[in-house]
Design a binder for this molecule. Structure first.
Ligand SMILES: Cc1ncc(COP(=O)(O)O)c(C=O)c1O
Length: 407
């Protein structure tokens, strides 16, 4: 640039990026890693992923696929063999019958949900988000230029039809449902899902049913899909599943969605322009898991069930903690309203929110959890039980002792 030329002015970054909240859960995970790198021993209850290794057949199938040179582009919607296997699994486990062409394989359920929103939501539409909710839903709706409408679930942690109806208007494009739920661990009862499904079908609201935790239920709780209970929804709505939680394959980035043919094709078209096609090696690995790893999947579920019991038993003995029993996913969401305004005598820290309590537990007890504000519920905090029973027992003891000290 010659001295006589005016300095170049760049336009600012787009609003959609600057207004986006960073992922609070990933921020806490980074903080824990940082403290651990400084040599501080932290007991970590922040994990959003199973602490198990994937089934052996997954690794074998991936290595075989690499050696056979299968790491190539596929059709945008994914390998037909895997789409067939997913359709068969959905039929077997939920009783919903999809043509394999209605299945789209995505690079993780997360991007599948985002792509579904891009197809369903027109600028200015709104999407109902029962809260507490997974931290990414509101931000994904905003990226699709929609308005996330928070619908508070209240003390039961379950959405109510009358609240959904009160929040709905003619620009309501979709409802996000997530059972088993992150962060609450709630498995929505069959009758409630039926009522919500019938309401949605009646009002012309599409559902995005995020069932990524569907295989992880405990204590006799049974997972239902609203699309199975109200079959008309199969003509309007989207089912979301994936490999991350059920098969401990988080880093393999494999998700699935199913919807009516026109919607599935539109989502595949968006995917063809954004991702191209899903990860081919992970598709071979996922195919092996779906066909051969039912036993390992069940073993992992049983391990989570035992951990869930440890957490539920411990929480039920903490006076003042408000936590409907979790029966799915791998989280408990503890309400701490009765502790707000109290002070820790050891540190002088006052607890005004779930996030403050999380800070206190981290500083004073070296226990890492996630504050409820990340999930739209600031008077609570999330405990992940994706860790060993030994760590869980130690953490629950420390949390109980700290809460008992607050005055
Ligand atoms: C509720 C919920 N949906 C979707 C996902 C995304 O899963 P994936 O790893 O398949 O992108 C997560 C991951 O934490 C989740 O908790």
């Amino acid at each position: 640039m010659s001295p006589s030329q005016p300095p170049v002015t760049l336009l600012p970054f787009a609003e959609r990026a600057t207004s986006l909240a960073p992922s609070a859960t990933l921020a806490m995970t980074a903080r824990v890693k940082d403290l651990q790198a400084q040599g501080i021993e932290i007991l970590d209850l922040t994990a959003g992923e199973p602490d198990f290794s994937p089934p052996k057949c997954v690794e074998d199938a991936a290595i075989k696929a690499i050696h056979e040179g299968r790491g190539r582009y596929t059709a945008a919607a994914g390998m037909m063999e895997l789409r067939k296997a997913v359709a068969a699994q959905v039929e077997r486990e939920l009783g919903i019958s999809y043509d394999p062409k209605q299945i789209v394989i995505t690079n993780g359920a997360k991007i599948g949900i985002a792509q579904a929103l891009m197809v369903m939501v027109e600028s200015g539409d709104n999407v109902l988000v029962p809260t507490p909710c997974w931290t990414s839903y509101p931000e994904m709706v905003k990226l699709a230029e929609g308005e996330p409408r928070v619908v508070d679930c209240g003390a039961s942690l379950l959405p109510r039809v009358e609240d959904l109806e009160a929040a709905r208007d003619e620009r309501t494009a979709a409802l996000m449902l997530n059972s088993p739920c992150n962060p609450t661990g709630m498995v929505f009862p069959e009758q409630l899902l039926r009522e919500i499904g019938e309401w949605a079908a009646d009002k012309g609201v599409r559902i995005i049913s995020d069932e990524i935790y569907s295989t992880l239920t405990y204590g006799g709780a049974k997972h239902y899909s609203p699309l199975q209970l109200v079959p008309e929804l199969q003509d309007t709505s989207v089912w979301i599943g994936g490999m991350s939680k059920a098969y401990a394959m988080t880093g393999w980035r494999m998700g699935f969605l199913a919807g009516p043919m026109d919607l599935a094709k539109s989502i595949a078209k968006v995917q063809s322009q954004l991702a191209g096609s899903p990860n081919a090696i992970s598709m071979y690995a996922s195919l092996a898991a779906i066909e051969n790893a039912d036993v390992e999947r069940e073993e992992m579920r049983q391990a989570f069930e035992a951990r869930c019991k440890i957490v539920v038993d411990a929480l039920s003995e903490m006076p003042g903690v408000d936590c409907p029993n979790p029966s799915g996913a791998f989280y408990a969401f503890a309400g701490v309203r009765s502790f707000l305004g109290k002070t820790c005598p050891d540190t002088g820290r006052k607890v005004e929110s779930g996030d403050d309590l999380v800070e206190l537990l981290l500083e004073a007890d070296q226990v890492a959890t996630i504050g409820g504000s990340a999930f739209g519920a600031p008077e609570a905090f999330r405990i992940s039980f994706a860790t060993s029973e030994e760590v869980l027992r130690a953490c629950m003891k420390r949390i109980a002792a700290r809460l008992a000290k607050l005055t």
